[in-house]
Write a protein that binds this ligand. Structure first.
Ligand code: FAD
Ligand code: NAI
Length: 485
């Protein structure tokens, strides 16, 4: 069977790519191959500002896209390998398909410490969350390792179980927040969870069913990654009648994970943080590199993502240090006629001054759409400019029940020491950080309902010289929107 365009992956990058191809070339044959039974669909897409976007994500049956885009066929199969010379993809079931242009959107899989240890869980898709929930129901204490998005959301949502949060850094949520913002959010950690959430302009993640899934080894892909609000509508309750109980262990890494038997012969005693239960009998023990041992029921490794490149191991792709397939500013890999988008790729072009890659839902959508445009332009021998969305990094999310917006070089990434930070903090209400260099705004962290996002976005994009107004930039009595109009 021959298709002009083939896309591998039913996550947000792959589905957006196939939809965009269909829109641009309604008469061409497009195939989407996905190992997950359900595909991801974006709905209620909302542009919050020029670069910020929000949307719902739903898991749908493949018929959804086939009905919406009648030149798209979806097959539920796992790709085994790609023969880039003959332009053929081979499936695990022995069948093969010829492609004209191919886009790889196979996402990532959790990078798990002590992979294979039955007491260590990773979280990526619906199935892994269900396993986690089931284990948590019986748990009195868990250890969460990692300091990014998943760890932050889990630690905040879990009730009924003690949580030891082991992080490498000196402050929580370091992937998204600076130490100041972390200090602002920290009180939320041990607060009894509010029964009514603070209003937040952010939508829900919904699912129609569970992914068909297989065991997690390098050759068998799982379902698509979860996304916005995956945690807030799920019950995450342990076995105890307690609300939040979190102990953060800073600047540590896991040295060893010990079974109960190994622990009893290791001649060291486990610690119990004050206010935590004093039990010394746990199924598993975690030894940290500061020498401390904690017992727990199981460990969650929320330690990032590894791009899912296993089916392409025989291809000669240029691979980046993070394991992603390198793509240029046209989303092309180093292999002719093959593109890549989403978590699987590494954006290896020279980035605009205020953009950076993070493996996020929004970037998966943007890359999928842009890859489709590039594929069509290649087949028409045209050149297209880079999409505006890659001009500036922008992300809206929710942590600790606060709306969190991060813009540009929000953590002064790559700015060296020659930058200044302006701060405005109202305890329990808002945290505003502006990163300036040469009097111009380079990035910002906005926590709470600050309503500053549009103005700050413009200031970053326009590189307005703020030197004369610097002292007033964060003055709550000045409406800076009017000021810069
Ligand atoms: C728990 C969790 C919470 C998250 N929360 C947020 C959030 O709040 N905001 C945010 O912006 N981002 C969030 N993310 C990140 C976001 O979900 C991902 O960046 C995004 O979904 C990546 O999309 P993708 O299409 O590149 O990959 P995936 O969604 O991983 O899709 C990959 C697809 O490829 C298929 N596949 C893989 N191998 C093969 C093969 N050999 N043959 C055929 N098909 C194959 C898979 O079945 C799947 O359908 C979260 C991620 C996780 C895990
Ligand atoms: N609200 C949001 O925007 C959310 C986004 N996501 C995205 O989903 C993906 C997966 O999430 P995460 O796994 O949280 O990845 P992440 O990249 O956000 O964070 C990984 C964390 O693990 C730490 N780490 C890595 N190796 C470690 C080790 N060996 N020991 C201890 N710590 C280690 C890193 O320092 C980092 O703090 C990411 O791309 C993330 O951006 C996930 C949840 C929520």
């Amino acid at each position: 069977m021959d298709y002009k365009y083939v896309v591998i992956g039913g996550g947000i990058a792959g589905v957006t790519c196939a939809e965009t191809l269909s829109l641009l070339e309604p008469d061409s044959k497009i195939l989407l191959v996905t190992a997950s039974k359900l595909i991801k669909a974006v709905s209620n897409y909302q542009k919050v500002s020029r670069t910020l976007e929000m949307f719902d994500v739903e898991e749908k049956d493949k018929s959804f896209i086939e009905t919406e885009c009648n030149n798209v066929t979806v097959i539920h199969k796992t790709v085994l390998e790609v023969d880039s010379i003959d332009h053929v993809i081979r499936m695990c079931d022995g069948t093969s398909i010829r492609y004209g242009l191919l886009c790889i959107c196979t996402g990532g899989k959790p990078k798990i410490i002590a992979e294979g240890n039955p007491y260590v869980l990773g979280i990526r898709d619906t199935e892994s969350v269900q396993t986690f929930q089931k284990r948590l129901k019986k748990a009195r204490r868990i250890v969460v390792v990692g300091n990014g998005g998943i760890a932050t959301e889990l630690v905040y949502e879990i009730e009924g179980s003690e949580v030891i949060w082991a992080i490498k850094d000196k402050s929580i949520t370091s992937t998204f927040m600076d130490p100041g913002a972390a200090t602002f959010c920290l009180p939320q950690l041990n607060e009894t969870k509010m029964s009514t959430d603070k209003p937040l302009k952010r939508r829900k993640y919904t699912e129609e069913g569970a992914d068909e899934n297989v065991d997690r080894n390098s050759s068998t892909p799982g379902g698509s990654a979860l996304g916005p609000d995956w945690s807030s509508h799920l019950e995450m309750k342990g076995a105890e009648q307690i609300s939040h109980k979190v102990h953060v262990e800073y600047k540590v890494e896991v040295s060893r994970i010990l079974t109960h038997e190994e622990y009893t012969t290791c001649e060291k005693s486990a610690l119990n943080p004050s206010q935590f239960s004093s039990s010394d009998c746990w199924p598993v023990y975690v030894e940290l590199n500061n020498g401390v041992i904690y017992g727990c029921d199981f460990v969650v490794s929320a330690t990032g993502v590894i791009p899912n490149t296993y089916p392409f191991r025989k291809n000669n792709f240029d691979i980046a240090e993070d394991g992603g397939i390198k793509v240029n500013d046209k989303m092309q890999t180093s292999v002719k006629d093959i593109y890549a988008a989403g978590d699987v790729c590494n954006a290896s072009w020279e980035h605009a001054s205020h953009w950076l890659q993070m493996r996020l839902w929004s970037q998966a959508r943007q890359m999928g759409a842009y890859a489709a445009k590039c594929m069509v332009s290649q087949s028409n021998n045209e050149d297209i400019p880079m999409d505006f969305c890659f001009e500036m990094f922008a992300h809206v999310t929710k942590f600790f029940n606060y709306k969190v917006i991060i813009l540009g070089k929000f953590n002064a990434q790559g700015l060296g020491s020659d930058h200044e930070l302006l701060l405005r903090v109202t305890k329990g209400e808002e945290y505003v950080k502006a990163v300036l260099q040469d009097g111009r705004l380079q990035g910002a962290v906005l926590i709470g309902e600050t309503d500053l996002e549009e103005t700050f976005e413009n200031l970053i994009l326009n590189q307005t010289d703020l030197s004369p107004f610097k002292d007033n930039l964060l003055d709550p009595n000045i409406d800076i929107e009017d000021f810069f109009d």
